[in-house]
Ligand binder design. Structure first.
Ligand code: SF4
Length: 443
C-alpha cells in the first residue's frame, strides 16, 4: 500500500471506507463517525455542495413571494443542471449556526438534498427525512433599482451575504484560440445560456453602472464589508488590457465608497482574483486600488495543472511560471493578502486529470497548501460542481465521495493552523461555495 507522508503527519492516513454501495444518509453518518472533530454543519455544507439541492413545488412557490437574495446571473461553477425555469432561485441557504451554503440545483441522479416546507419553516431533507432547518439571506436593498443607463443594479453587482463582487468581463479568452479552457469551467457556456434564456447579462461591465450600483449598495449601512473582482481572463498584451480595465473599474468602486460614506479615506477591501502578473504589473494593480490578489492554481502539481488548465499553462509559463509569478504577488501585496485558489474535488476527476486513489488526491492538494501557507498565501477557491458546459460534465465525471472532502478540509485547516498562524485572515471569508471559512471555527 502506498504511503502518504503528509497525511500520516496529520493523522489522516487511514484508508478510505468504500461508499459506493451506501445510501447518501448512511455515507454521511459513516463520515461523521469517522471524523468526529468536524462539526456536523460543516460536513453538511460539504455534502450540500457535493450533491446539490432541489426544491419541492410548495417550497419554490412560497419563495417567489419572499424578499430573499436570489440568483441574478451566474459566473461559473454553479448549478449541476441547466436552469431554465425563470423562477426566483435563492442564491444561498443558511443553517441555524450561520453556516452559509450555495444553492446549486442538481438533477435526481445526483441524489440532491430537497428543500421543502415543514410546519411553515424551510427544511433540508435527505432520503425523505428532515435534516436541518434553513434560512435565506434577505435581498440587499439595491436589488430592483436601476442605474441611470437603465440597467438593473443586481445585474451589475453581485452579492453574497456580506460581500459584493464585480465580474468585469464574463468571457474567458482561453477558449478563443484553441480549446484551452480549464476542464472544470463552464464560463463561456453559462454566459451564452443566460443570454439564451433571456437574462440581460452584460458581458463587459460599464464603470458608470458599477459606480452607481456600489454607491447604492453602500446606502445599506454595515451590510457589505468586502469585495472581489473575478471573471474571464484575457492574455493579450501580457494581460495589460485586462489590468487597465480592472483598474478603471476599481477606481469607480473606490470613488463610490468615498462618496457613499462621505469619508475621503474610506477604502473597501477589494481583491482581484486574476492572472499571475509581473512584479511591475502587481505594483500597478496595488496602486490602482486593489488591496489583495488571488492566484488560482485550481489543482496542485505541474503535471495535473498543465493538463487541467492548459490556457493558464500556455500563457503563464507553465506551472513553474505560474508559481513564480504568484510568489511575486505575495512580495508586492504582503503575507495574508494573496489567496491561493483550488477547486477541491477535481483531484478525483477521471485520470489522467485527477488521481484514482482518494488518499493520493488529498495528499497532493495538501502538499500544495503546505507549501503555499509557508509562503504567506491564504486558502480560497470553489468546491467542484460538475456543471453542464464543462469538459468534465461532457466526459461524465462524477463527484468524489464525501470522505474526500472531510479529509481535505480537515487537512487544510490543520496545515493552516501549523504553518499559517500569522496569515489566518478573514479575506474572502463570506464564501458560500467553499468550506475553508467554516473550518477556521475549529481552532
Ligand atoms: S482561467 Fe480557467 S477557470 Fe478562469 S475563467 Fe478561464 S477557463 Fe475558467
Amino acid at each position: 500500500m502506498a504511503e502518504y507522508k503528509l497525511l500520516k503527519e496529520l493523522g489522516l492516513d487511514q484508508p478510505p471506507t468504500p461508499a459506493d454501495e451506501m445510501g447518501v444518509v448512511e455515507e454521511f453518518e459513516m463520515v461523521r463517525e469517522k471524523y468526529p472533530q468536524i462539526p456536523r454543519t460543516i460536513l453538511l455544507k460539504e455534502d450540500v455542495l457535493r450533491r446539490g439541492v432541489t426544491f419541492t413545488t410548495a417550497a419554490i412557490k412560497e419563495i417567489q413571494d419572499l424578499p430573499v437574495s436570489y440568483h441574478v446571473y451566474i459566473l461559473f461553477q454553479w448549478h449541476k443542471m441547466d436552469e431554465t425555469s425563470g423562477q426566483k432561485i435563492p442564491e444561498s441557504i443558511i443553517f441555524r449556526d450561520g453556516t452559509y451554503t450555495s444553492v446549486l440545483l442538481s438533477p435526481p441522479e445526483m441524489d440532491p438534498y430537497t428543500i421543502d416546507v415543514k410546519d411553515g419553516e424551510f427544511w433540508l431533507f435527505s432520503e425523505g427525512e428532515p435534516i436541518e432547518e434553513v434560512f435565506f439571506d434577505p435581498a440587499p436593498r439595491y436589488f430592483g433599482k436601476r442605474t441611470s443607463k437603465g440597467r438593473l443594479m443586481e445585474e451589475v453587482l453581485g452579492h453574497g451575504r456580506r460581500l459584493l463582487y464585480v465580474i468585469p468581463v464574463q468571457h474567458c479568452y482561453y477558449w478563443d484560440k484553441g480549446d484551452r479552457g480549464c476542464k472544470f469551467c463552464d464560463m463561456n457556456y453559462i454566459a451564452k445560456h443566460q443570454l439564451k434564456i433571456g437574462r440581460s447579462v452584460k458581458l463587459r461591465k460599464d464603470p458608470e453602472d458599477v459606480y452607481e450600483a456600489v454607491y447604492e449598495a453602500l446606502q445599506e449601512k454595515g451590510r457589505h464589508q468586502e469585495m472581489f473582482f473575478t471573471g474571464g481572463t484575457n492574455p493579450r498584451n501580457d494581460f495589460q488590457n485586462e489590468i487597465d480595465f480592472n483598474i478603471e473599474l476599481v477606481q469607480a468602486v473606490l470613488k463610490a465608497t468615498r462618496d457613499a460614506t462621505g469619508d475621503p479615506n474610506h477604502h473597501l477591501p477589494v481583491f482581484w482574483v486574476g492572472p499571475p502578473l509581473s512584479k511591475e504589473q502587481y505594483k500597478m494593480v496595488k496602486e490602482g486600488g486593489f488591496t489583495g490578489y488571488g492566484c488560482y492554481f485550481e489543482i496542485w502539481g505541474k503535471e495535473k495543472f498543465e493538463l487541467v488548465c492548459p490556457g493558464k499553462a500556455k500563457y503563464c509559463g507553465g506551472f513553474d511560471g505560474f508559481l513564480e509569478r504568484s510568489l511575486d504577488a505575495v512580495e508586492v501585496f504582503g503575507r495574508g493578502n494573496v489567496c491561493a485558489g483550488f477547486v477541491p474535488g477535481i483531484e478525483m476527476a477521471p485520470p489522467p486529470y485527477g488521481f484514482s486513489e482518494l488518499n493520493e488526491g488529498v495528499e497532493s492538494a495538501l502538499k500544495g497548501y503546505k507549501f503555499l501557507f509557508q509562503k504567506g498565501f491564504v486558502p480560497s477557491g470553489t468546491n467542484w460542481s460538475i456543471s453542464p458546459g464543462s469538459y468534465y460534465y461532457k466526459i461524465g465525471a462524477t463527484p468524489p465521495p464525501l470522505e474526500f472532502f472531510a479529509k481535505y478540509g480537515l487537512g487544510r485547516e490543520l496545515l493552516l493552523e501549523e504553518y499559517g498562524k500569522d496569515i489566518c485572515s478573514d479575506i474572502l471569508s463570506n464564501q458560500c461555495y467553499a468550506t475553508y471559512p467554516e473550518y477556521q471555527r475549529l481552532f
